[in-house]
Ligand binder design. Sequence first.
Ligand SMILES: [Zn+2]
Length: 517
Amino acid sequence: MKRFYLTTAIPYMNEKLHLGQVYEFILADVMTRFYRMMGYDVFFLTGSDEHGQKIFKTAAAKGISQKKYVDGMVADMQRILKLYCISNDAFIRTTDPGHEKIVQNIFNKMNDNGDIYKSTYEGWYCVPCETFFQDSQLIDKKCPQCSRPAEWIKEDNYFFRLSRYEDRLMKHIEQNPDFVIPEIRKNEFIGFLKQGLKDFSISRTTVKWGIQIPFDPEQYSYVWIDALINYISALGYSTENDALFKKYWPAQQQHVGKDILKFHTIIWPALLMSIGVPLPEHVVIHGWIMKGDEKLSKSKGITLDPDEMSARYGIDAIRYFFTREISFGLDGSFTAEAMQKRYNAELSNDYGNLVSRTLAMIDKYRNGVIPAHAGQDEEGGKLKQLWETTKKEAVSAITSWNYSECLVRIWEFVNAANKFIEDARPWEVAKDDSGKNRKKLDSILYSLAESIRLSTLLVFPFMPTVSRRIFSQLGIDKDPGDILLEDYGVWGAFEGNTRTGRREILFPRIENEKDKD
Ligand SMILES: [Zn+2]
């Protein structure tokens, strides 16, 4: 069986998850659900980044231990993952003792092969961003990322010979042009390489909440090095229990936001080269979620809270909106107006109505029993043909990160089924429901039920909960998550003759959303 390893960045546990982070989980989750459906052996990892000065200070200010503080934050993160139906197979915490040991193993390896040396670090540092800056990068002595004041620090640290890896990274991108996805981010990465890579400090003496450097216990790992290693420590790299590492590494897709591009396309690969581990196939970089045209910012009160959003729209609609609305890789914007438009037109009308009209007719004309599949010469022959193209194009779109395009293809099929109702006019056929006409009506109703089942299979990775409800309304007792596209994603694989479940409105229309902001 082909394996598929996908990771997300691990959020820093200093504050509650915001919707921009949830967006990354949604992208990753849709992708992994598709690969599972295509028969891959999938391992989907996420986790939490828990060390560093910022967390040390926040916990101290609250008067609780660092561990207790992060435990609470992690519990809340896991609650939100569950709320949004994120189907990760594992969750790594950087405070796991196993992870800490592996980080130390890696420091030893890098040291043994001469990639680490001691020197004096002096420069600007932003504590909340855990990032160093050069003088020229600061804006009014403030962090260019978060606009908070940067601190001047000076200490003896261990440095990593990043400069050694400039040529190898350039060669790697030449030989693997799709190493960085999408193209605009790849160009940014090449731009960084062309500026030249400088060695950088990978240890601290001032930050005690972290992982000790094995060959110098006065020093602690720079939190970013600690965090990046999660992608292989979760698989047991460099330990006796490294079966997962042997099986799944290198990762097929590492999903991250554009703000941490440099860490994942330069520092992480250089670190892997240093310890002789192959690089991931693709670093997949998404844009930011904006509210209207403003960047999310807690301090400025521009927020999209995952709990409020899910209470307002339901998680399926949110998962749909962000994958449909945004061109992958670019920044995307949320407005209540755009949400209402898509929700009512595409979810409530196109998809919801197809299901409710079809089930209502099956109730009315066949007492709630979906007619059996009759085989050849169906009324829905055109839909059957279209399905084969739809399936191919949807899979091809998603495997090239065109989330929105994938949904467009699925919706073309949904709307072809809606048009089929108008063309076949089942209410006319039902006026004389006997003999040939009875067969015809059976075939129309079956074709509609089958179209709903098949489109719902492709919808499932995007909207898992509503898909399960539709399956149960069709009287199918399988979970769409257990289904392989090549077996059950074929027209006619559903035999019919099932009693439909209780009907319910899938997407109740929403009104006046704009006024609620
Ligand atoms: Zn900052």
